[in-house]
Write a protein that binds this ligand. Structure first.
Ligand code: DQQ
Length: 705
């Protein structure tokens, strides 16, 4: 349809404001066929929308529906029969009253920061007809205004699909959602709570005009993608990233948008379930739901529907944060942190659905009303008390729960509770505190206590690292004997399950190491580590191995035996690709270092270097890993077994993930983002002397999707 063939009804409730007059005048200048229509005429039945393609409600103050409550029925019928409804600025606040979405924007009012600003369009939608005429994904369409704007800040619409967030001057504000679409019958509703202002100075009018024209002329015809609900619909999101070389192929990853901590990991009726912190709104951390994936063999995963969604009236309104799953006498039960305003409190959900898809939240959530008063917990501008994340187990009929927290005078702490029934909890006190020498405001997040037989392992995530303590838990306190770091790279908030065969299997969140803008443009953020088997070695130290099942992903193999490299000598393997495993045993002999090049380009302008040095350090040198300035380039290090012993190295390279295991003890997971199509080279070199590599094996690894 051409612009002039589109008939637009411009809705007014009473007199027209300066902004509405400016909008109508703009439409006339732009040559749109626009007719003012009074709400009262529509409701009284004097007027019909049948002659229109699009109905535009542009309101710089929130509409008061009151006596015009029937308007919802009229507008919904119009959309269902193929019309397009555009709700701009404060008109977006009417979605609840109009029966379009029960969740209304929570950031309503003039922009406290002023312009210039505009929609930050999701990468998946920048060629959608609503945005296609724009020349950038970040158009600064609006200048300064005191009109009332309507945006979703700490919540998301329940039914609508997020199409755009906010760009402000030169930075992205992904958590301020401004453009939402709803598909209703044959038609669509588009809400633009910000971005279109006609009576104000400033802003890029060319981009604004393109946006307004595209939305008004295409709202009726543009299929708005439904918010994905079923496992199949969620899985279909993965298709968008088929050509993304940074996308992992054999790591459990988010279908799209955002993933952080693993949650509720459990083997239930034989199947492995991994839930995870998920934001369906986009690739940024906010409005956290629980995503869900399931596997029969620990290798191949299927996407499941979102398991937990914040309840608009519940204590988890702002997010369902991390938690765990337990078996309560046959009933699968989740204990998680609900966030609302400045409170974060424990909540519970149960299911009798064997697929663990449908969960019912306890009606008396939160199950603990407030953090304890002793010790004095850290409060921040954001939180009344830093008090979250749960590790729950049962022993002799009593339930125990650990919760992570921060101390007001610095350091992290793990708090213990007990309960007869998972609902009534009694506070017992801290089992361990520490890290007082780290900067104030440290919280020990995601504590987990694991029984390794002779010893127990307690790990906490302290904003920087996953610190573990090996020692003994006597039921009241944890006595640490040894401290270490679970993984020295990009790895956080791990969680474990006890498999039916007795193994302890752990996954950690592998965050991105590129900036917010790059994550937005990628359309996805975050992946899980490989599943790892944790155990205690004969030497009383922690062992971490990639789960044994992973060898089943191995395909074509390249092997070299008894490789000796002289000083300065290097060899290149034939292996190329971005999803492979490299396993080698190496001895320094008299070399200062052995270097393993990964993801190297032929021009050598990009390469990631693993460097094993005589100082007993394994380094991941990212200084030349990528020419993209948005990627982190610092080096990461892990101390390893002394150099006079051979080092057994298993390295898993998967798109942008490099996950390495040294001597089944030391782990380092790294993120790198080479840009070259030919960044697939794998090489080995000795530096400062001779090195020996008795075995070198490389396998292509199959995709798990
Ligand atoms: N992530 C969750 C919190 C937890 C943090 C929020 C750790 O529950 O403390 O997404 O990454």
């Amino acid at each position: 349809m051409t612009d002039t063939a589109v008939r637009v009804a411009s809705l007014h409730d009473g007199g027209r404001s300066v902004e509405q007059i400016a909008a109508d005048e703009w439409a006339a200048r732009a040559g749109l066929d626009l007719t003012p229509v009074a709400v009262s005429d529509l409701v009284d039945g004097d007027r019909s929308l049948a002659a229109f393609d699009t109905c535009w409600w542009h309101a710089d103050e929130p509409p008061e529906l009151g006596s015009t409550a029937d308007l919802g029925g009229v507008l919904r019928a119009f959309v269902r029969s193929g019309g397009g409804l555009v709700l701009s600025l404060a008109a977006l606040t009417a979605v609840d009253d109009l029966g379009i979405d029960p969740v209304v924007p929570d950031a309503v009012g003039p922009d406290p920061d002023g312009g210039p600003t505009g929609p930050l369009i999701k990468a998946a939608y920048d060629d959608h007809p609503l945005f296609e005429p724009l020349t950038t994904r970040r158009p600064l369409t609006r200048g300064d205004t005191d009109a009332t704007l309507a945006r979703y800040d700490s919540i998301l619409p329940e039914r609508g699909e997020v199409l755009a967030s906010t760009v402000s001057a030169d930075h992205d504000v992904p958590d301020l959602v401004t453009v939402v679409g709803w598909s209703l019958g044959e038609g669509s509703v588009v809400g633009l709570g910000d971005g279109l202002v006609f009576a104000a100075e400033g802003g890029d009018h060319d981009q604004r005009d393109r946006l307004a024209r595209a939305v008004l002329t295409n709202a009726a015809d543009s299929a708005i993608p439904e918010r994905p609900r079923t496992g199949e619909e969620i899985a279909a999101l993965r298709d968008r990233f088929e050509d993304d070389p940074h996308r992992p192929q054999f790591h459990l990853s988010t279908p799209a948008n955002w993933l952080n901590d693993p949650n509720g990991v459990v083997q239930w009726n034989g199947r492995y379930h991994v839930f995870y912190q998920y934001n369906p709104g986009g690739p940024y951390h906010d409005t956290i739901h629980w995503g869900h994936a399931v596997s029969d063999d620990l290798l191949h995963w299927e996407d499941e529907p979102v398991a937990l969604t914040p309840s608009p009236d519940g204590p988890d309104r702002d997010g369902c944060w991390s938690g765990c799953a337990v078996d309560d006498d046959g009933t699968a039960t989740l204990v998680y942190t609900g966030g609302r305003g400045r409170d974060q409190l424990p909540c519970l959900a149960t299911t009798d659905d064997p697929s663990l898809r449908r969960w019912e939240k306890a009606t008396d959530n939160p199950i603990i009303e407030a953090p304890p008063t002793e010790p004095d917990l850290l409060s921040t501008e954001e939180w009344n008390g830093e008090f979250r994340d749960h590790c729950v187990w049962q022993d002799g009929g009593t339930w125990y729960q650990l919760i992570g927290a921060g101390l007001a005078d610095g350091g992290g702490v793990v708090l213990l509770y007990e309960s007869p029934d998972l609902r009534e909890w009694e506070y017992c006190g801290p089992i361990l505190s520490g890290d007082r020498d780290t900067p104030q405001e440290t919280v020990w997040e995601c504590p987990e206590l694991l029984d390794l037989g002779e010893k127990q392992l307690l790990h906490v995530s302290n904003y920087e690292d996953v610190v573990y303590f090996l020692g003994r838990f006597d039921g009241t306190t944890f006595e640490p004997e040894r401290r270490g770091t679970l993984d020295h790279g990009d790895y956080y908030a791990p969680q474990s399950l006890r498999a039916d065969d007795g193994r302890l299997l752990t996954w950690g969140w592998v965050p991105e190491a590129r900036d917010v803008r790059a994550q937005w443009d990628a359309g996805w953020s975050g992946t899980m580590s490989l599943p790892r088997e944790l155990s205690l070695g004969d030497d009383g130290r922690l062992r971490q191995r990639p789960a044994r099942e992973l060898t089943r992903l191995r395909g074509d193999r390249e092997s070299r035996e008894s490789v000796t490299l002289d000083d300065g000598e290097s060899i290149w393997l034939d292996t190329d690709g971005r999803a492979f495993e490299l396993a080698t045993r190496l001895s320094l002999v008299d070399a200062d270092a052995v270097e393993v090049t990964l993801l190297g380009t032929t021009a050598e302008n990009e390469r990631t270097t693993l460097r094993y040095t005589r100082d007993d350090v394994l380094e991941v040198d990212r200084s030349r890993a990528s020419t993209d300035p948005r990627a982190t380039s610092d080096s990461q290090h892990v101390p390893v077994t002394p150099y006079d012993e051979p080092l057994d190295l298993r390295v898993f390279v998967d798109g942008s993930v490099v996950e390495l295991f040294a001597n089944e003890r030391h782990c380092l997971t790294s993120r790198v983002y080479p840009t070259g199509d030919d960044a697939t080279g794998v090489g080995l070199a000795a530096v400062g002397g001779r090195a020996r590599l008795p075995t070198v094996d490389a396998w292509d690894l199959a995709s798990i999707w």
